[in-house]
Design a protein around this ligand. Structure first.
Ligand code: ZN
Length: 264
C-alpha cells in the first residue's frame, strides 16, 4: 500500500471521526436534557406525595383535637350544672377551679387546631404549586416528543457513522491505525499535515530536515510537539476553500509559529 493511499485512508477516517465526535456529543447532551426532566418530574411527584401524606396526618390530628375539645365542653357544661348545686364554699371553689382548668385545656386545643389549620393551608398550597409545576413539565415533555425523535435520529446517525467507520478502518494498515487511535484518544484528533513547514494542528515549526523528509513523501512523521501523525501536502487546502477536519481545533495564531508550543 503506497503512502498516498494510506494518507487518503487516514484523511477519510479523520474527517469521519470529527463528525462522529460532534454527533456523539450532541447525543449525550440531548439524552442528559431528557433525563434531567424525568428526574425533575420524579422529584415533583415525591414532593407532592409527601406533602399529601402530611396533610392527611394533620387532618387526623385535627379530628382528634376537635373530639377532645368537644368532650371538654361537655365536661364544662356538667361542671357548670354542678356549680348550681354546690352547698359549701369549699365545694364552690373546687368546682370553679375545675371549670377554670377545663377552660384552659379547651383553649389549648383551640390554639393547636388554629396552628394546624395554618400549616395545612400552607401544605395545600405547596401541593398545588407542585401540581402546577408538574403540569408545566409534563406539557413541556409532551412537546419534547420532537426531542425524543431528535434523539432517535441522532442515534441512527451515530450508528450509521460507526458502521461507515468500520469500513474506513479496514483501509488503514493495522499498525498505523493503532498509532492513530492512541493519539486520537489523547488529543481528540490524530492527523496533521504540513504545507510550508509548520504543523497544521499545533502550528509548531518543523526542523528543515524533518520537513524535507516529509516532502520526499517516503513516510509519515510525527509532530515533535503534538505527536500527531504528520504528512506533506502540496497545497494549502484552506486556500482551496475546502474544509479540513484534520486541522485541529487549536486556535493558536497561525502567524506566530516559531517555537510556539501552544498545544503541549
Ligand atoms: Zn503538531
Amino acid at each position: 500500500m503506497n503512502l498516498r493511499a494510506q494518507i487518503e485512508a487516514l484523511e477519510s477516517l479523520a474527517t469521519l471521526d470529527a463528525s462522529l465526535a460532534k454527533l456523539e456529543a450532541e447525543l449525550r447532551g440531548e439524552g442528559e436534557r431528557l433525563s434531567d426532566k424525568k428526574s425533575q418530574l420524579k422529584k415533583l411527584d415525591e414532593r407532592f406525595e409527601s406533602t399529601r401524606a402530611s396533610v392527611g396526618d394533620m387532618d387526623r390530628t385535627r379530628g382528634e383535637l376537635l373530639q377532645d375539645a368537644r368532650q371538654m365542653s361537655v365536661q364544662m357544661e356538667r361542671s357548670r350544672e354542678k356549680l348550681a348545686r354546690c352547698r359549701t364554699e369549699r365545694e364552690l371553689n373546687a368546682t370553679q377551679r375545675e371549670i377554670e382548668e377545663l377552660r384552659k385545656l379547651y383553649r389549648d386545643r383551640e390554639l393547636e387546631i388554629e396552628k394546624i389549620n395554618g400549616l395545612a393551608e400552607q401544605a395545600r398550597s405547596e401541593m398545588e404549586k407542585a401540581n402546577q409545576e408538574r403540569e408545566v413539565l409534563t406539557t413541556d415533555m409532551a412537546k419534547d416528543d420532537a426531542s425524543a425523535t431528535r434523539l432517535d435520529s441522532l442515534e441512527t446517525a451515530v450508528s450509521a457513522e460507526r458502521e461507515k467507520r468500520k469500513e474506513l478502518v479496514k483501509a488503514v494498515p493495522p499498525a498505523l491505525y493503532r498509532r492513530y487511535e492512541m493519539i486520537r484518544k489523547r488529543r481528540g484528533s490524530a492527523l496533521a499535515w504540513t504545507f510550508q513547514g509548520t504543523c497544521s494542528a499545533c502550528h509548531i515549526s518543523l526542523s528543515p530536515m524533518a520537513f524535507q523528509r516529509l516532502r520526499r513523501g517516503e513516510d509519515f512523521d510525527q509532530c515533535p510537539s503534538c505527536q500527531r501523525i504528520l504528512y506533506y501536502r502540496e497545497s494549502n487546502p484552506a486556500d482551496a476553500g475546502s474544509s479540513d477536519a484534520t486541522s485541529s481545533s487549536s486556535s493558536a495564531d497561525p502567524g506566530d509559529t516559531a517555537g510556539n508550543e501552544t498545544d503541549s
